[in-house]
Design a protein around this ligand. Sequence first.
Ligand code: NAI
Ligand code: CS2
Length: 490
Amino acid sequence: MQDVIRLPASAGSGHTGIVHLGLGAFHRAHQAVYLERYRQRSGDTAWGVSSANLRASVGLVDALREAGHRYHVAEYADREHVTVREIGVIEETLFSGRDEQGQWGRDRETLLAQLVSPQTRLVTLTVTEKGYFLSPTSGRLLADDPLIAADIANPESPCTAPGLLVEALSQRRAAGMAPFTVLSCDNMPDNGKRTRNAVLQLAERRDSALAEWIEREAAFPCSMVDRIVPAMTEVDFARLAELGIEDPNAVVGEAFSQWVVEDDFPQGRPAWEADGVEMVGDVAPFETMKLRMLNGSHSLLAYLGALDGIETVFDAVSRDDLVSLLRYYMLDEAAPTLAMPEGTDLSAYAEQLLVRFANDSLRHRLQQIAMDGSQKLPQRWLHGAQARLAAGSDVPCTALGVAAWIRYTAGDDLTGLSHPVDDPLASRLAILHARHSDDVEALVAAFLAMEDVFPPALAAEPRFAEAVAAAYITLTQQGLAEALAALPRA
Ligand code: NAI
Ligand code: CS2
């Protein structure tokens, strides 16, 4: 018998103290849920959300409008235990991306007006790592990217998230208003600092007095966000239909949820501590722990699993050798690089992650996690590996992971079945494969030489390059099981 709890939505208020950029699955199942709980508990309706997409999808924006911005979130502890919430805190949805005719910014004026409205005190973001247009290793703004170049040339009609923030902050400054606080909720280390960097670098190109004002007046707190929210599949919609929920805008996630936020909100914030948000002075230890242990494990499963034809995280952790790999990686390669507050039990955290990965209600496709590897690997694997190598230790799991990523980006699995390589650097990666198709060492050297992915100090470690090349050969010539068995301790 399935245990289903249903929770109705709060009433809409029309107030939007928060503007969100990046109306994807995660925003709907994480931030919106915390805010829904806050509104229901406190009765405070001042903090509704206006949520915008600057990329895909316009369909979701319009479908939510049609549904009066109400939708459902199904939170699965396991197949038997599910809580279905209706969400009422999204008050408006906007689209400011490129339409089918190639025109940009359908709702840009409305979005800018909201960003500049005195009602708006907080801007949150989930625009994926690549939406900040920063080099993942150096943090430099990608000024040559065509969209950033367009925002530099036409700052009043911005296309990117940093461009919108700069234009809105410029208008607020000109009007003598206070800035809003900017809260990144993307999986990046120091996500607040990085967001500020992107905004300041772009503002600097326009007007250094504006950049100085933003630096002085605006807060960009960091946050660690955690809840596994896979992209919806037909199976998910069918399962919801069995519960009587026919909602094209529904999202499904795990029951677990965590949000650790640096408490730096000079313009105010919802008092959401009582609703599970952890307000702290320093997010960095939690962020690094989550990125290296949870996301690092996810990426290992994504590339190794996808190469072997495995479809989901659940399928991957049904294999003992992959579970052993994750334990080995988390405890021997990731945990020793972390400086956690006293009392943190990283072994217990690792075991909890394995239980979460084994949630039989989530169809978290490895191909989804494999996306954008060039943007994800530095913070998930490479910074930790660099620290381990500098301390004289080896990193066999990370080396195998990097080998798998390189092989994955060739565009087919170990049996030759092709898959899309969804990554902003995909065409560069394809050129490297074409150039070095019959020389593994040269291929690995060419990948490691990409300074915007691999920190130069790591790339310069001969031990690392050798371990990656050796793992690549075992993986491609003998297969996944053999590559895992060849690890020193798996
Ligand atoms: P999604 O695919 O449902 O949505 C992606 C969102 O990012 C969309 O709103 C899209 O328009 C926007 N986007 C993509 N590229 C962009 C760009 N270049 N500029 C501006 N906007 C862009 O993905 P989902 O699940 O919402 O995840 C989004 C981000 O949330 C992740 O990249 C991650 O940083 C964070 N996150 C996701 C979790 C999850 O389990 N889904 C958990 C923790 C964090
Ligand atoms: C995943 C994450 O897509 C990915 O790369 O590793 O989105 C992961 O599901 C979340 O960070 C969990 O909080």
